[in-house]
Design a protein around this ligand. Structure first.
Ligand code: ADP
Ligand code: ADP
Ligand code: MG
Length: 473
């Protein structure tokens, strides 16, 4: 087992990984940018090093990070999610420096990071994929229109190296292909430094169902059941549920086997996720594989009792996976909501700033993964997600009750957050019935919009003023 691990990340996931290190009696090394000096991951780690004064470069300068790992004697690097986590070149450099990468081999990251190549591999291995094309970059608009008509509109254009819901465009007819293709390429270039784009059939109103898998270095692979991540805004997940409230035993068995087969086809090691789309007839299609820990891993931990980050570390250190598929049982339902520092009424604009009051929800079966605290100043330079609220209960219905209760308790002041919006979802009948697909938020956006920021404090203030006026003060 390792004695020291460097965490090449920040925020809640860095804190989560530090906790796993502490649980395993491993020293943790934090890296940070100057503005993150007061961050929780820096305060919590055994050691910490400033990489750069530049907010982003600090977490993207692979060479500098590897040097820190070498100099401080870290035997392994955990990349978290985002930043360098899916950067095969960085993973290769880590390995060549004699440091263990807590994740799959760089060759697997490269292969699965290219959605096109991943689709090919799955097709070869008999795993259903969404009908679509290979790269479109060598074709004329005319040829692309012919392909789109052959697949049948609507189609979806996707960046081959995309992630985080970016570089995705739905196109419904010939007239809209050209502009959307150009926009998609531009976005792909800006975010992923690669403008390769491909096309898939757009599955109308599907559910996003993904399977968590965990593997050792010796070909043993099990899945830890599924998560329903259909509640999305602009192709980015907001709420994740494990297991799926609409999953049948039979479909789980089929999709679980396909997920393990997909991981085996990729020679997968460590933790990963196979994402599928499920249509209204319960046909499922491989969408992509994420070769890293995911934001929503916590719901799976809650229902299975496995510490996935701990397992990642143990697998990377060479432990044999001591689990058979039949050992994986689950209890109850867990729901995670992503609390973002955003102004919902203003098109979900990021709303960084100082947190003046912070009271996380507490009580039985409520878990908060976060890296913020009272008086913390959220910098504008990073992702707007500031906390994940995870609840668990014996049934989906009771988990929804608990979610409502916890969201009503959770108090953050000083900045605007998505809590009121999430609360409206939690209180929605269709959400409670499990009656949703990836179009849920788009279809209900008006209904879900919080009443313009009347919070409990304002009400108290209004009443106090009214009483004061009446009393003649
Ligand atoms: P998950 O599949 O774990 O839910 P998300 O798609 O929500 O992941 O992305 C998690 C985080 O990583 C987000 O902050 C997102 O912006 C970032 N991210 C995801 N993919 C990429 C990528 N290819 N490049 C850069 N950042 C990414
Ligand atoms: P990312 O790498 O950004 O996570 P994905 O390929 O996983 O991109 O797609 C993100 C989301 O976009 C999916 O969860 C789904 O809601 C939607 N999506 C992607 N492909 C399709 C498709 N072929 N049909 C319908 N929706 C899709
Ligand atoms: Mg995805």
């Amino acid at each position: 087992m390792f004695s020291k691990i460097l965490i090449a990340n920040r925020g809640e996931i860095a804190v989560r990984i530090i906790r796993a290190c502490n649980d395993l009696h491993i020293k943790s090394v934090a890296i940070y940018s100057r503005i993150d000096k007061e961050s929780m991951h820096v305060k919590m780690a055994s050691e910490s090093y400033e990489v750069s004064s530049d907010p982003l470069k600090a977490y993207l300068d692979g060479d500098a990070i590897i040097n820190i790992a070498i100099n401080c004697g870290a035997e392994a690097i955990h990349p978290g999610y985002g930043f360098l986590s899916e950067n095969a070149e960085f993973a290769r450099k880590v390995k060549n420096a004699g440091i263990i990468w807590i994740g799959p081999d760089y060759s697997v990251i490269a292969k699965m990071g290219d959605k096109n190549a991943a689709r090919e591999l799955m097709k070869k291995n008999g795993i259903p994929i969404v009908p679509g094309t290979k790269t479109l970059n060598n074709y004329s608009i005319q040829e692309i229109k012919i392909m789109a008509n052959k697949i049948g509109y609507p189609v979806i254009l996707k960046a081959s190296n995309g992630g985080g819901g970016r570089g995705i465009r739905v196109v419904r007819n010939d007239n809209d292909i050209e502009d959307n293709l150009a926009a998609c390429k531009r976005e792909a270039m800006a975010f992923f430094k690669n403008d390769e784009v491909f096309m898939e059939k757009y599955i109308e109103n599907p559910r996003h169902i993904e399977f968590q898998i965990i593997a050792d270095n010796y070909g043993n692979i099990v899945h830890l059941l599924e998560r329903d991540c259909s509640i999305q805004r602009r192709h980015q997940k907001l709420i994740e549920i494990a297991p799926s409230p609409t999953m049948s035993f039979d479909l789980r068995r089929k999709m679980g086997s396909a997920a393990v087969a997909a991981a085996k086809a990729a020679n997968y090691t460590n933790a990963g996720t196979i994402e599928f789309l499920v249509d209204d007839l319960n046909n499922f299609y491989f969408m992509e594989m994420n070769t890293r820990i995911q934001v929503e891993h916590g719901v799976t931990e809650e229902i299975t009792g496995f510490d996935i980050i701990g397992r990642q570390i143990r697998s990377a250190s060479g432990e044999i996976l001591d689990l058979n598929q039949s050992d994986i049982l689950h209890q109850g339902y867990a729901i995670e909501v992503r609390i973002n520092a955003e102004d919902v009424a203003n098109d979900f604009m990021p709303n960084p700033g100082k947190i003046t009051t912070y009271y996380p929800a507490l009580g039985p079966f409520v878990r908060i993964d976060s890296a913020v605290y009272k008086d913390y100043v959220i910098p504008p330079n990073y992702d707007s997600m500031i906390a994940k609220l995870i609840v668990r209960a014996s049934s989906y219905n009771l988990a929804v009750n608990k979610l409502v209760r916890a969201l009503e308790e959770f108090t953050i002041r000083g900045i605007k957050t998505t809590i009121p919006f999430l609360l409206n979802i939690a209180k929605d009948r269709d959400f409670r019935k499990g009656n949703f697909d990836t179009s849920y938020i788009e279809n209900k956006i008006q209904e879900l919009m919080p009443n313009e920021a009347i919070n409990k404090d304002d009400i108290v203030a209004v009443i106090a003023t009214a009483i004061a006026i009446k009393a003649g003060y």
